[in-house]
Design a protein around this ligand. Structure first.
Ligand SMILES: [Zn+2]
Length: 419
């Protein structure tokens, strides 16, 4: 929080660290599941509009390899089902040369299929379904590191929706077909479609592709993901230091209905396109307690925020100080998500509007904490702001007290020890 390094929301790379290794979940083929998929596909077929598309879709259905069906966990018990398309499917529009073509279905928690896409997966090492790394789609949806690859999503009738290009573990490019200006139809009822290209989360180009009259995406084909983003709502704790982990768990527990935790849970715990990761780092300067980075375009494609806690410093501070640091960084991430950029700009906003919220949040977390201690900790990191300068000019004794409280908590000489 003090001198916290806020990298601009639009120029940062995601910082990936360790990833959770999930076991491959291979589902034994059950006739009922295949029957269910076939039923769902036949319902979709009835909604396809042109004969050409109907014929192609019927051919695709003949080349689905149900015996190679796999599942991956999406979130909260929801599953993705992968059914490969064999290479004898040649009437399709999507080239299968040196790539894998997969029918990707999304199941609700109760096991009902809710949508599906055709997905084209290509990489230097993947030229076949059997070579797609375990949990690739789970990792994609969780914004976890991916090997070098290109993953393209299509409707069931092979209309392009969006694609991802990963290099060196990070998402280098994301293309998405979007209708312009909130899909307001032109006078003749048609919609213009544009291909937007994002590099490292920044929109770098938007090119008109075509117009459609009538819907572009058939019902149930998963096209709606284009509008709501591709991520899933995730708050990821990658901390390993037991003290930092314990404080984070308490500060963000579900019974903490304080303002800061509610901000965290509202944005990152329940928004499909916003994720946050909290991790520890060793490369921050000694006077910097934490930093926050972000990538993506809030409300547009996806948004990922990473909070880095300085593990060289924080474990020797008080638990109160650690919690204040975490809450401070959560407010940074929240402000970035809502389009307030720049460290000083965010600090001004925090100093003007969030000090009381942060203080009362700390007092919920530490019920015995005095108001002046909570207020002091909430001000930490905001001393360069206009609001602080005004406060310090008007109340020099209080300002000095707050600074001394923060110094003592940072030194670990007061407050709750972290071990
Ligand atoms: Zn800060």
């Amino acid at each position: 929080m003090r001198l916290s390094v806020l990298l601009s929301a639009v120029v940062c790379l995601l910082v990936f660290s360790c990833t959770k290794k999930d076991e491959i979940k291979t589902t034994h083929l059950t006739n009922s599941r295949v029957a269910e998929i076939r039923l769902w596909l036949s319902e979709k077929a009835s909604k396809i509009r042109t004969t050409e598309e109907k014929n192609r879709f019927a051919d695709l259905n003949r080349h689905l390899q149900y015996e190679k069906l796999k599942t991956e966990e999406l979130k909260n018990g929801e599953k993705m089902i992968l059914v490969p398309v064999d290479t004898l499917y040649t009437s399709g529009l999507i080239s299968q040369n040196n790539a894998a073509l997969v029918l990707l279905l999304f199941e609700t928690k109760s096991g009902a299929i809710k949508k599906g896409n055709l997905v084209h997966y290509q990489s230097p090492t993947v030229n076949h379904y059997s070579r797609i790394p375990v949990n690739s789609f789970q990792n994609l949806y969780r914004s976890l590191p991916m090997p070098d690859c290109s993953v393209k999503f299509y409707t069931l009738t092979e209309r392009f929706l969006y694609d991802f290009t990963y290099q060196n573990g990070t998402l280098q490019q994301f293309d998405v077909l979007k209708s312009h200006k909130k899909a307001i139809p032109t006078e003749d009822g048609c919609i213009d479609w544009y291909l937007q290209t994002y590099e490292n989360g920044i929109l770098v180009s938007e090119v008109y592709v075509f117009s459609t009259c009538g819907s572009y995406v058939e019902d149930g084909s998963g096209g709606s993901q284009v509008y709501t983003g591709v991520g899933i709502q995730t708050i990821t704790d990658q901390l390993t230091n037991p003290c930092l982990k314990s404080v984070l768990n308490q500060a963000t527990a579900s019974n903490m209905n304080n303002q800061v935790n509610v901000m965290l849970q509202t944005v990152f715990g329940s928004t499909e396109d916003a994720n946050i990761t909290i991790k520890e780092v060793t490369n921050l300067p000694a006077d910097t307690d934490a930093s926050h980075t972000a990538s993506g375009t809030p409300g547009n494609t996806y948004f990922n925020s990473v909070i880095n806690l300085n593990v060289n410093i924080l474990p020797s501070t008080s638990q109160e100080y650690i919690a204040a640091t975490i809450y401070h960084e959560i407010v940074h991430s929240y402000l970035t998500y809502n389009g307030t950029y720049g460290e000083l700009t965010q600090h001004q906003a925090m100093a003007e509007s969030y000090v009381d919220h942060m203080a009362s949040s700390l007092m919920q977390l530490f019920p015995n904490m005095e108001l002046y201690t909570a207020t002091a900790l909430a001000w930490q990191g905001l001393q360069g702001t206009t609001a602080w300068n005004n406060f310090a000019a008007a109340h020099p004794a209080d300002a000095a007290l707050y600074n001394s409280i923060n110094t003592a908590h940072r030194a670990g000489s007061t407050g709750t020890d972290c071990n």
